[in-house]
Design a binder for this molecule. Structure first.
Ligand SMILES: [Zn+2]
Ligand SMILES: [Zn+2]
Length: 359
């Protein structure tokens, strides 16, 4: 792996020159042109050829589906626009040899194929059903819904809706990353580790490593739901923070070997800091996308300037073979949780002097 230096004025200039050179490469230009043409054609075809309202006749009943255009755009914008942009920006930064596209398509490592398999699984509608069943529905709890119930019961309804959007986004980002920090810390506990271990099993980074998550991981719901319970805000702020989180998650798993200078030390986690989090010694450090929380709670470590080895000693097969291994992890988690509950109830019984009466 190559050396990485903090971003200084000189390295910024050379990085900029290299990025322009890569941007003007004929292959890069033709890929961008083809992609733009395909997206433009897809958008035109959707708006001009597909109806915005559909009438479906299913099992003798009639269903009306409205706003078809918006629904399709919402579902496809991440795949057709966001993901290609991140892949392309990574290529501009790292060059072709080090890029995720080359890693996934040319090197085709087993770990990379598992990342691709996870991403494809998540596109399938069945994934939604699997995550709902394995998490016992927890992942679909809505913070806004719970806040409504709470407001009804207590009369307390904190909200920043209507405040300037930048303010709402800032507050929400702080809240989200705070709870996400603690849910990630929980993921590294003995009981929850079997569900998080699969994410750490990646032996090499690619942008799609962000998609390598166990379908039963529900601790992330803490970060997603609690801010919504505590604080109301405009939908635009929720959407903006959601987009920021997706982008940061993709970038920290990229193959960019940079610590992002002071930005990576304070504002947004860098790929090298996240790589340290994935390193083989499995130290629970650099848990938050916002380094501030790691610094406050004593888990921040500065990243070495070289990319270190990542992975976990646990055995995982690759590609579609990950499915039985994910089931094994789920059983291990269930057994660990069951043991914890039994231990705790036994201790409670002892503490309160509850004994089984002798027959
Ligand atoms: Zn982790
Ligand atoms: Zn990660």
């Amino acid at each position: 792996m190559g050396q990485s230096e903090p971003i200084g004025a000189a390295s910024e200039a050379s990085l900029g020159q290299a990025a322009i050179r890569r941007l003007l490469h004929p292959v890069a230009l033709s890929v961008v042109a083809t992609h733009l043409a395909l997206v433009a054609f897809g958008g035109w075809a959707l708006l001009h050829l597909a109806p915005d309202t559909l009438t479906l006749h299913l099992f003798g009943r009639t269903h009306l589906v409205t706003e078809v255009h918006r629904r399709v755009i919402d579902r496809t914008v991440e795949i057709s626009v966001l993901l290609p942009c991140i892949f392309f920006l990574e290529y501009l930064w790292t060059g072709w040899e080090q890029s995720s596209v080359r890693h996934l398509l040319v090197e085709r490592t087993a770990s990379g194929w598992s990342d691709v398999a996870c991403y494809l699984f998540q596109l399938a509608p069945a994934w939604t059903l699997v995550t709902a069943i394995m998490s016992l529905g927890v992942v679909y709890i809505s913070g806004e819904w719970l806040r409504g119930l709470l407001a009804q019961a207590t009369g307390i309804d904190l909200t920043i809706a209507g405040a300037p959007l930048a303010f709402q986004v800032g507050v929400l980002f702080l809240l989200y990353t705070f709870f996400d920090y603690w849910s990630h810390r929980l993921d590294h506990s003995r009981v929850f580790w079997p569900l998080h271990r699969f994410h750490h099993a990646a032996e090499s980074f690619s942008i799609l490593t962000a998609a390598r998550v166990h379908p039963a991981v529900f601790t992330a719901v803490v970060g997603a739901v609690l801010p919504g319970i505590l604080l109301g805000c405009d939908r635009a702020a929720l959407a903006d923070v959601g987009l920021m989180i997706i982008i940061i998650r993709l970038v920290v798993h990229s193959r960019i070997e940079s610590n992002f200078g002071w930005i990576g030390r304070w504002v947004v986690q860098s790929p090298l800091h996240h790589r340290l989090h994935h390193s083989l010694n499995r130290m629970p450090v650099n848990l938050s996308l916002l380094p501030l929380w790691d610094r406050l709670f004593g888990t921040w470590r500065d990243a070495p300037r070289t990319a270190m080895r990542i992975g976990t000693p646990a055995d995982y097969r690759h590609g579609a073979w990950i499915v039985p291994d994910l089931w094994r992890d789920y059983c291990e988690f269930g057994a660990g949780l069951g043991k914890l509950v039994l231990d705790r109830s036994r201790r409670l019984n002892l503490a309160f002097g509850i004994r089984r009466s002798a027959p």
